[in-house]
Ligand binder design. Sequence first.
Ligand SMILES: *Cc1c(COP(=O)(O)O)cnc(C)c1O
Length: 367
Amino acid sequence: MNKIPLVDLKAQYKTIKKEIDLSLKNVIEKTAFINGEENKLFEEEFAKFCDVKYAIGVGSGSVALDFTLEALGIKNGDEVICPSHTFTATAEAIVHREATPVFVDIDEGTYNLDPNLIEEKISKNTKAILVVHLNGQPADMAQFKKIAKKHKLWLIEDAAQAHGALYKNKKIGSLGDMAIFSFFPGKNLGCYGDGGAVVTNNKKLADKVRLLKDHGRFSKYDHNSIGYGGRLDNLQAAILRVKLKYLEFWNEKRRQIAKIYDKALKDKFIIPKVLPKTTPVYYVYVLRHPQRDEIIKKLNELNIATGIYYPKPLHLQKAYDFLGYKKGDLPKTEKVCDEIFSIPMYPELTQTQIKFIIKQLLANEQD
Ligand SMILES: *Cc1c(COP(=O)(O)O)cnc(C)c1O
């Protein structure tokens, strides 16, 4: 068996090569690389896909977070509630605003923020709850909405891993005040470089992000506010327009594979918990087992790639030392980080590959 990677972007490219190559050629021949038609059309199509009024293409998911927090006016002295079990960009954006990330522990089933632990962390300085839909698994948005409304907080979705996921038939990204997406190549909707988007139903906030991503540009030579160079370029937008058409199909494939994994592996491992009335998109497929390290070592020897998202929670990372957290502060996060691992998950996985992975996982467990 050839090596089975965690994701196979080449296999995906092969299935859409003609369309991708043509779309790139069009942009190159027009030499319209920045602020062009492709970006505008992608923004319209992506807003429609997310069931929101506005989508703004930006340079990455990370800057999408920066622009979102700046547009909301998060500033020095503010506190923003977020998980520690996430990618560092989530909390970095808060620190960039000179605000303080307040890490809250997760629900041990979904690996997302536990809504029951939020209110005790709300202070007079709290301005927002930044929810991450980790692994493409929707967080319990009805609960967060209720809390945000009661305490007059902004509700932000980090949907970098959850393009197309549903919560009670509503699109992830349409449930808070603002949401961000990443189009990093390996994400469910990925471009061929860096890319991201901010989405919202609020025109004022959308306009602010538009200014932030393009040097506060009001018109070609008029800069009305201080912004950044943070645009999505047209080559990336062209690629995303092609891939967006396939996203629902690819997400469905991921769910079918997850179903097969769930059924085969549920007695031996802790499988992903899906909240009722939600439709996940399995950015990664996460298993949990106390002997995680031995299991992944054996899988790797058998040419099956594995990943750990994430082995070290943010509150114990050196970068966040200044916040003063210590081991034991977020017990569920810490326990989960020691036991989770991901196995290959991408729409082009073959039945033979899936069977092989399952067989090895079950064999491993019996040793
Ligand atoms: C990928 C990711 C980001 C950052 O996106 P980039 O496009 O890589 O900058 C932010 N948050 C989460 C949860 C992510 O997975």
